[in-house]
Design a protein around this ligand. Structure first.
Ligand code: A3P
Length: 320
């Protein structure tokens, strides 16, 4: 119920246990959306006013559904925005060579769930760079109605996203059948409610404060997306930077092959911020392409999902 009153701290546990749940997929239904239960405390904290926009410096929020290119977008945005302090080539100490992108760009709901929201966010340089998987309609007005806060959204062909999600979820639930995840997605019960609902929320806002990107576009012409991103965050590449090949260096630094093969992403270790999920750094780098859906879906399944998505997006001007 979107009109629900947010619980006080002491009522939180009983409030959460009263929410409709899907224990197998660890989902809770909150304000009309199916959400990973681990996100809910963070979302409530953010909605309660935990997120304080930075005056003057600005905030950049990277938004996505899981498995749509979040890790890549985090790397590209971080490399672009930090390029003066950390040149994308020739810096052996570049943070992206030593850290998983999720440790360079914090995920808001995880930070706020851990009670670290303001502590870590206050320490970030301006403009602050952060990320969320939360639906646009669940974000507070301090993000969505704030001219100093910009959102960059990335989406992906839902068929490839579901395949990627299945491989990811199998790390925790090895026995989960692909068909089960596929059916939930078709019924609009995937992570973050329905896929189309999440995409449309950001798409409809993209006429104003959201830069809308697609994973497939990034694959096709990553340099073009990096230039768009840099312009959008108010840090366009200068003719000198273009001449020096900085855009291409950023693309190379963040490329799938480069990132997947880094020691930090090959190691079985867990990144500090991701520990609670028990996913290793390497689990964010699998195949990194398009069309893997054909190895998991029959043509009929693909047609069915395409038709559902097409119908849901009809009239929006957006298609896959
Ligand atoms: P696949 O499972 O299809 O390979 P997210 O970061 O949102 O969790 O999305 C993960 C998907 O993005 C995975 O897709 C992963 O391989 C891919 N990915 C991660 N880093 C990438 C990069 N640098 N370039 C291209 N794809 C990348």
């Amino acid at each position: 119920d979107p009109g629900v009153v947010l619980p006080q701290e002491e009522e939180y546990e009983s409030f959460v246990s009263s929410l409709p749940s899907n224990p197998k997929l660890q989902l809770l239904r909150y304000q009309g959306k199916w959400l990973l239960q681990s996100w809910v405390p963070g979302i409530i904290a953010i909605q309660r006013g935990g997120f304080a926009p930075r005056r003057g410096g600005g905030d950049i929020v990277l938004a996505s559904l899981p498995k749509c290119g979040t890790t890549w977008l985090k790397a590209l945005a971080f490399a672009t925005m930090a390029r003066r302090a950390h040149p994308p080539a020739g810096d052996e100490q570049h943070p992206l060579l030593r850290l998983n992108p999720h440790d360079c760009v914090p995920s808001m709901e995880k930070l706020f769930a851990a009670g670290l929201g303001s502590k870590i966010m206050d320490a970030l340089p301006s403009p602050r760079l952060m990320a969320t998987h939360v639906h646009h309609s669940l974000l507070p007005a301090s993000i969505t109605d704030n001219p100093h806060c910009k959102i960059i959204y990335i989406c992906r062909d839902p068929k490839d996203m579901i395949v990627s999600l299945w491989h990811f979820v199998r790390r925790r639930l090895p026995e989960i059948p692909f068909l089960e995840l596929f059916e939930s997605a078709c019924e609009g019960r995937c992570l973050s409610s329905s896929i189309w609902d999440h995409i449309l929320g950001y798409w409809n806002a993209s006429k104003t404060t959201v830069l809308f990107l697609r994973y497939e576009e990034l694959l096709h012409d990553p340099a073009d997306s990096v230039r768009k991103l840099a312009r959008f965050v108010g840090q366009p590449f200068s003719p000198e930077e273009e001449e020096a090949g900085d855009v291409e260096d950023i693309v190379r630094l963040c490329s799938f092959e480069q990132m997947k093969n880094l020691e930090v992403n090959r190691a079985a270790g867990l990144s500090p911020v991701l520990q609670q999920n028990a996913y290793t750094n390497g689990s964010f780098f699998r195949k990194g392409g398009t069309g893997d859906w054909a190895n998991h879906m029959t043509p009929e399944m693909a047609e069915r999902l395409d038709a559902i998505v097409e119908e849901k997006l009809r009239g929006s001007g957006l298609s896959f």
